[in-house]
Design a protein around this ligand. Structure first.
Ligand code: PXP
Length: 237
């Protein structure tokens, strides 16, 4: 059974809507861990739209499982990671105008620039995972870069419009997983996974960790709303 990395970015999205202090992703991480999360994942975006540097620094002190820092492959972000020392880093492509991460990293295209970043991080004992599409060339380049892990991008699978397409995308992920393992890479996956589409991905042979955020935080908002309204109502009385 793969482990579950809970991505708490969208707790911070709600906080940043008011630029205030609640809800605090640090508290969310503790609750997720108490509920059985095996790891906590945060994406410190260059535009700081949700997670802030302060969050990552405090989480480094408080997370009892492991902390996965998702970030762009840039010198500024590498500097922060080397200072905070998360348990592992997941390098992702980042565009300021995107709503969420779109597609995997172009490991082939980034060439030596990426290899150097992987080396810098791993020399400091921070294992690196590359968020990539399940494509043989990207997998080969990932293995060549020296990165310990890949995280297969499950977005196309999650966005499949019917069962046939979903099945096809699952096949691509399964095949990609096989290639990754044959290349000596450790295997994670994530993006767009929900309560309805996750179990098939969890069964891909060799899958170690699934990173899931939006669906869990969305459900938390709905299943927690009943209690939140009752508690406010009680205060009025
Ligand atoms: N993995 C990576 C590399 C991501 O960028 C994201 C989104 O931040 C996730 C997993 C989680 O995706 P979702 O929020 O759709 O579950």
């Amino acid at each position: 059974m793969p482990t579950l990395g809970v991505n708490i970015d969208h707790i911070a999205t709600i906080r940043q809507a008011r630029r205030g202090v609640e809800p605090d992703p640090v508290a969310a991480a503790a609750i997720a861990e108490l509920a059985g999360a095996d790891g906590i994942t945060v994406h410190l975006r260059e535009d700081r739209r949700h997670i802030q540097e302060r969050d990552v620094r405090i989480l480094r002190q408080t997370v009892r499982t492991h902390l996965n820092l998702e970030m762009a492959a840039t010198p500024d972000m590498v500097k922060i990671a080397l200072d905070i020392k998360p348990d592992y880093v997941t390098l992702v492509p980042e565009k300021r105008e995107e709503i969420t991460t779109e597609g995997g990293l172009d490991v082939v295209g980034m060439g030596d620039r990426l290899v150097e970043i992987v080396h810098q991080l791993q020399s400091a004992a921070i294992p690196v995972s590359l968020f990539i599409d399940a494509d043989a060339n990207q997998l080969k380049a990932s293995a060549k870069s020296g990165a310990k892990f890949v995280e297969l991008h499950t977005g196309n699978y999650a966005n499949a419009i019917d069962e046939a397409q979903q099945h096809q995308e699952l096949e691509i992920l399964t095949k990609g997983g096989k290639v990754a393992i044959a290349l000596g890479l450790r295997l994670n996956a994530g993006h767009g996974l929900t309560y309805w589409n996750t179990s098939a991905v969890a069964q891909i042979p060799g899958m170690e960790e699934l990173n899931i955020g939006h669906s869990i935080i969305s459900r938390a908002a709905l299943v927690g709303l009943d209690r939140a309204v009752r508690e406010m109502k009680a205060l009025l009385g």
